[in-house]
Design a protein around this ligand. Sequence first.
Ligand code: MRU
Length: 368
Amino acid sequence: MDRENLRPIFWEGSQLRLLDQRQIPGKKEWFIAKTADETIFAIREMVVRGAPAIAITGLFGVVLELKNIKSKPDYSELESITTRILNSRPTAVNLRTALQEFHSLLTKEFFESNEFGLFVQKAEEFAVNVLEEDIRNNISLAKNGLSLFPSSPSKISILTHCNTGALATGGHGTALGVIRSLRDAGHDLTVYADETRPYLQGARLTTWELLEEGIPSFLITDSTSGWLMSDRKIDAVIVGVDRVAANGDAANKVGTFPLAIVAKHHGVPFYIAATEKSFDFKIRSGKDIPIEMRSEEEVTRLSFLKKSDGSPILDSGVIAPKEVKALNPSFDVTPSDLITAFITERGIVKPSEIGLVFGDLALEQARR
Ligand code: MRU
């Protein structure tokens, strides 16, 4: 079921309405993008984030660019905006996949034909389809995830990282989508949500979604997973992904790799929920996945330290010496041997089965 109240992206014909995820949980505000540049801003500044949501937003950026063309359409301008959109965030492959599919369907010849109006109409239809397809695929993979757990209502505890819910996708969620399905299937769920330093997608967004859905949860710090798995029974870790290489190595929010090691140590299954749009067969192993480096300020600043009257102790939220250098890779790569299985819309797929299950996709990617 599509969670309309949590949907982050609405196409309104001449503008894209995005739930401003920088403001959550404080307030629910909308960011309106009327140009491709505004969608690039929204992606780079994390108004919208999460691999599938970034891809959908980028596609609508192209559509806005096409709709805003006033003079004779020039293909090189379309190419240049597509490249800028593609470079807005480099790790998640979904954006690249979406833009490649766009270009193989909507060709240069079509663009330069006398049917530019039809080209724009088809581009818009394509973007709307990708949005709707993402929701459908999320719902399918979430249902497939049920097969990994008992069929009769049971007590189940899940640990998750970052935000992989409706907010990160067209509107249902991958890992959080599986969690929703488990709840809908009548299980007695407890979810442990990693805060996900430094950008706090877990603390700010996942807990918000879980509360909106009435799913019992605890927020934990990222370094709590070792204690948690040795103190109480965790049935599974389920996370999302930004890019899966051909050998099954998977890039996801930084902190995923150590979480997988802790899970392996405790014998807890480690699942990655993803649609086929996250698989990149052009990349042989995780070593080739580009890792986005983000600003030092995300690591060195916080603003939660308050005096008893509520005023900030550190006006600027600085929590580290001014001179300190910080490293802020936004993602890490979990080697395939730590991944129990991928939960996909095609079913449950072990890392060693990827080539078999997604053989057609690998061929298609090689052709593009
Ligand atoms: O930096 P973010 O918030 O875009 O990172 C998001 C993640 O790492 C998610 O786990 C991933 O995109 C999968 S979302 C379905």
